[in-house]
Design a protein around this ligand. Structure first.
Ligand SMILES: [Fe+2]
Ligand SMILES: [Fe+2]
Length: 354
């Protein structure tokens, strides 16, 4: 239970039960006028989005008014409150307790403002991070909060969101989340945000494959030329332009399944299944380092694996990542590969067709 009396710096108000005036007064009396302006602006934007997408206007308006109400509580106190309430902190929340404000806001909405509507509470609970499979109300508040942001100037992602809103709320959420990951805007992504990203990427990220062309050598070099990448590759991985051209010629004529990975029809890496027998391939892949840690490779891997299983009738796919390539190991485990320890103590990951 939240009681403002527990925080000696919070000035409480007598509730009039007019939500907008109560919220405004609470922010004013606690010297949070910038947050008040932001919240009122988000409420207006939420209302417009509700009208546009035929949703309950009042519900969206109330969610917006309450979404940042926890701004009157200090970050450290939010952490204490979360622990006291038995809430299990995400790693991102441990590092940046400010992220707890979406959870603390629902507790205030429930305990002080007597809000019980699950659609309102759920929307507030993920307004910063979103989540996988969000409701339309979750998406309205998430987007309105970003459109009416609390910083100076015009948000740089606004044109992308505006254009995507012509299609759907989902498409706009996808564009915004993609903007965040591609531009490295997140200090430490929250688990819910990564789940939201995976959910939208699965639906909308334009990943395709194509065969290698004889003249792709320069592109191979351009996207793979990085010491960061080389540390996880075998010693014979091509490093000079000449070596890349030679490798590409081999790949373009090979009977193995070697493909260029395309994002928005532009090369971002390579994935290959090298035949060890008719139904068994050894997997190899690399991704341009600027696309690392964005949830792209797991999507690429799953698409490629399904293509090998379904179109090429492969039964076994295995990979042998380097011992210290933690990201690749984690990726294979996430992609349902079984881990085996070989006689020579090396680790092998195997996935069998269902
Ligand atoms: Fe917020
Ligand atoms: Fe906000």
């Amino acid at each position: 239970m939240i009681d403002f009396m527990d925080f000696n710096y919070i000035k409480a108000i007598e509730l009039s039960h007019d939500l907008q005036s109560d919220i405004s007064e609470l922010f004013d009396i606690n010297h949070k006028t910038t947050t008040k302006q932001h919240v009122l602006s988000v409420a207006q934007t939420s209302r417009k989005l509700a009208q546009r997408f035929n949703l309950d206007e009042n519900l969206c308006y109330q969610s917006a008014l309450l979404h940042d109400i926890s701004a009157i509580i200090k970050s450290d106190d939010m952490k204490k409150l979360a622990l006291k309430n038995g809430y299990i902190l995400d790693k991102a929340e441990e590092k940046y307790p400010f992220l707890l404000h979406q959870i603390v806001s629902i507790w205030i909405a429930q305990d002080i403002f007597q809000i019980q509507d699950e659609r309102i509470l759920n929307a507030i609970a993920c307004h910063t991070t979103l989540k996988a499979n969000p409701s339309l109300y979750d998406m309205v508040l998430f987007l309105a909060d970003k459109i009416s942001w609390d910083q100076k100037g015009i948000p740089p992602y606004l044109p992308q969101i505006g254009k995507a809103l012509e299609i759907s709320l989902e498409k706009a959420c996808y564009e915004y989340i993609r903007y965040l990951f591609e531009n490295h805007q997140l200090l430490f992504p929250h688990r819910k945000m990564k789940e939201a990203r995976d959910f939208f990427y699965q639906k909308y990220l334009p990943i395709t494959f194509r065969c290698w062309h004889q003249d792709d050598g320069e592109l191979f070099y351009k996207h793979s030329h990085s010491d960061e990448l080389y540390q996880y590759m075998n010693d014979d991985f091509p490093k000079t332009l000449e070596e890349c051209e030679k490798t590409v010629k081999i790949l373009s004529q090979s009977n193995d399944e070697a493909k260029v990975i395309l994002l928005d029809e532009e090369m971002i890496g390579c994935i290959a299944g090298f035949y060890e027998s008719d139904n068994k391939v050894k997997l190899a892949y690399w991704l341009d380092v600027q696309y690392w840690n964005q949830g792209i490779m797991s999507l690429v891997l799953e698409k490629f694996i399904q293509w090998l299983f379904v179109e090429k009738n492969v039964q076994y796919i295995y990979a042998k990542p380097f011992q210290d390539n933690i990201a690749s190991k984690r990726l294979l485990e996430k992609s349902h590969f079984q881990k085996y320890i070989c006689h020579d103590q090396t680790i092998l990951y195997m996935r069998k067709k269902d």
